[in-house]
Design a protein around this ligand. Structure first.
Ligand SMILES: Nc1ncnc2c1ncn2[C@@H]1O[C@H](COP(=O)(O)OP(=O)(O)OP(=O)(O)O)[C@@H](O)[C@H]1O
Length: 296
């Protein structure tokens, strides 16, 4: 079990993360989402000890990784902004990680490289962006660290490679009970992969939920009214996701019988439920007033 307990992080004078607390169980896949600059990468860097914490603790099975340094090898994170190994070949990089991670599986790395047509004698900096992304995931898998922190792992991957990567990651989770904490703006790819979502906003985790639970309580309705006036009810109790003339798509996080009655009282021409996606939840939680005015 990975525990993040009351983590605070400042960079310069700016507080980036405040009172971040959550737990991740073995085999759990968590999506960490938030708008640009919300602090997702900073959180991963804190968990991976690339940044010192200003406050709080990171624990594995109840033990602090500050006091038991060996625990740090249970967490894998690649900081793509500060790669030390760009001039090295994939093989050499593997050897470095083999020395750093006690359970690193070099033969697995070689097999995965061959499976994805990557040459082990090629220099990292000669790889395309997508090939680098793929190699980073192969490295993460081969590390055999139980906790993988993946920052935008789908970035630059074509859709076929992306699906393969997802399959690879899912195999790892189910076979080896490895836990994934993934940041991504690619919500379509992220959605089928994750068990749970953390939404980061204004330094805090503002939501921590499972998609199934959200789907039980929320509704996304496509509503056609007789006028194109937006009812105040939609703004007060919902989030308008789209307006096209008299057709409105509205997300209600807490859809009660009472609310259903109020909507019925508007006498809509059409009112139908649409499937709720992770992107809807992202928009409903993270749209600011100024973005909101685009529609209303
Ligand atoms: N090294 C740094 N020096 C100064 N400020 C930084 C540094 N790293 C991050 N920040 C600031 O911390 C905040 C969070 O950045 P971070 O990269 O963690 O966001 P993010 O959620 O990963 O964003 P994105 O989705 O755009 O990748 C931003 O305001 C950013 O400017």
């Amino acid at each position: 079990m990975l525990t993040i307990n009351q983590l605070n992080k400042q960079i310069g004078q700016q507080t980036i993360l405040e009172d971040i607390t959550f737990e991740q169980t073995p085999g759990e896949i968590i999506g960490l989402v938030g708008r640009n600059g919300a602090g997702k990468s900073t959180l991963l860097k804190c968990i991976a000890s690339h940044y010192l914490l200003d406050d709080g603790q990171i624990l594995i099975n109840g033990e602090s990784i500050e006091t038991n340094l060996a625990l740090k090898t249970q967490i894998f994170y690649l900081d793509e902004d500060h790669l030390f190994f760009k001039n090295l070949s994939l093989n050499q990089i593997g050897q470095f990680y083999e020395a750093a991670y006690p359970q690193f599986d070099m033969s697995q790395m070689m097999a995965l490289l061959a499976e994805y047509y990557l040459m082990d004698n090629q220099q990292y900096q000669q790889l395309s962006k997508g090939m680098r992304g793929l190699f980073n995931i192969i490295l993460a898998i081969s590390s055999h660290a139980p906790y993988l922190l993946l920052d935008e792992p789908f970035d630059g991957l074509d859709v076929v490679v992306c699906k393969n990567v997802i399959r690879l990651l899912l195999d790892q989770v189910s076979e080896n009970q490895r836990s994934l904490l993934i940041t991504s703006h690619n919500l379509v790819m992220l959605e089928p992969l994750i068990d749970r979502t953390l939404i980061l906003k204004e330094r805090h985790i503002i939501q921590d939920y499972r998609l199934e639970t959200v789907r039980q309580n929320a509704r996304k309705l496509q509503i056609v009214l007789k006028t194109n006036q937006v009812p105040s009810l939609f703004k007060a109790d919902g989030r308008i996701l789209n307006i096209s003339g008299r057709v409105m798509v509205v997300y209600f996080a807490d859809y009660t019988d009472e609310l259903a009655g109020k909507i019925a009282a508007l006498d809509p021409v059409l009112c139908e439920s649409l499937p709720i996606t992770l992107a809807d939840i992202f928009e409903a939680n993270l749209t600011n007033e100024q973005d909101y005015q685009v529609f209303v």
